[in-house]
Design a binder for this molecule. Structure first.
Ligand code: CP
Length: 340
């Protein structure tokens, strides 16, 4: 496996993602980790619990020195616009300068920068991760950008391999869930891409108006077709859940609704019935699992009974964030160690 950057999670290809997921499962069961004398610098533009701390724990397990900064809090706020005249405002440093400097301190850089949810074209261009890739001298790892959350995708994949044995041909329902606020679509888009890459039969269910980026849906359909799977999109929540082996819940803001936030907020108030509850698991396949990337608003997205119940895989997946990050870093910084 040859990896330069890890941006949308498809870079390793289906066999590579399966190898990383299975290696992560082995690490979670006590397999010895590679040790390497490397340095990683992560830049967090947004809050995080799992991503920041699982990355730190993964680096500790591999002997990697990890430093993390938050621009605007413990580092200078970054200007992202090319050609900006940085006369006023609070942005003291341009991303081009910061990334080229940090790239000398770390063997790899990692960055989290969510979608702004104001400008559809800007979010589609994924400006922060794109700037890092443009200016970094070494590998860049996406810790959740406007469009993708590939480390979450790896942990999802490891969970699927653990419970389902194989992912190809298995049924996964990606179901929109209620939430009081408009949220970015990076996580559901990543679920869709990762499941499609692995050849799952994935159904996306969402209310009218809460569509995902059609460019990503089309790409996922191509990946699924190549891998023996399929992608379906429906507004029929029940049909998506019936017979499925996995229910992945997530709230997201509609792609076609960019700029119509007030309409969407009013619509969301009427969609409480999309909350995941125990009767959903009577419709799903016996033994079906419940997944969510966390954090999760209990009894809004899903009931306590589901989150704490026997079908819930959420805590396991969050734990695997550490092992999948280790397995990825072994590949990214260790020189393809499993095939050497
Ligand atoms: N799932 C996830 O990325 O969690 P954090 O936002 O806490 O990092």
């Amino acid at each position: 496996m040859s990896l330069r950057h890890f941006i949308d999670g498809t870079e390793p290809g289906p066999a590579g993602v399966e190898a990383i997921a299975r290696r992560a499962l082995a690490l979670s069961r006590g397999a010895p980790a590679l040790r390497m004398s490397k340095r990683l610098i992560s830049v967090f533009m947004n809050a995080s619990l799992r991503t920041r701390l699982s990355l730190d724990a993964a680096c500790h397990g591999l002997g990697i020195h990890h430093q993390s900064v938050t621009p605007g809090a413990n580092a200078w706020a970054l200007e992202m616009r090319d050609g900006a005249v940085m006369m006023d405002g609070d942005k003291a440093e341009h991303v081009a300068d910061a990334v080229r400097v940090l790239g000398q301190y770390g063997h790899a850089l990692a960055v989290r920068a969510f979608a702004g949810l104001q400008n559809r074209d800007e979010d589609r261009a994924d400006p922060v991760i794109s700037a890092f890739v443009k200016h970094a001298p070494g590998p860049v790892v996406n810790l959740e950008s406007a469009r993708y959350h590939p480390l979450q995708g790896l942990a999802d994949a490891a969970t699927w391999f653990d419970h389902l044995g194989q992912v190809q041909g298995q049924r996964i329902a990606l179901v929109w869930a209620p939430h009081p606020r408009a949220l970015p679509a990076a996580v559901p888009q990543q679920v869709l891409l990762t499941a499609s890459l692995l050849g799952a039969r994935i159904t996306v269910a969402h209310p009218e108006g809460f569509d995902l980026d059609p460019e990503i849906v089309t790409r996922a359909q191509g990946l699924a077709a190549a891998g023996g799977g399929e992608v379906q999109v429906t507004t029929d929540r029940r049909a998506a859940i019936e017979g499925t082996q996995v229910i992945v819940a997530k709230s997201w803001s509609g792609f076609s609704g960019y700029g119509r936030r007030e309409d969407e907020a009013r619509q969301r108030e009427t969609l409480g019935a999309w909350r995941v509850d125990q009767p959903d698991f009577a419709l799903a396949s016996p033994g079906a699992g419940f997944m969510h990337c966390l954090p999760l608003r209990r009894n809004v997205v899903a009931t306590d009974a589901v989150v704490d119940g026997p079908s819930s895989w959420v805590v396991q997946t969050a734990g695997l964030r550490m092992h999948t990050a280790m397995a990825l870093l072994e590949q990214l910084l260790g020189g393809d160690p499993w095939t050497a």
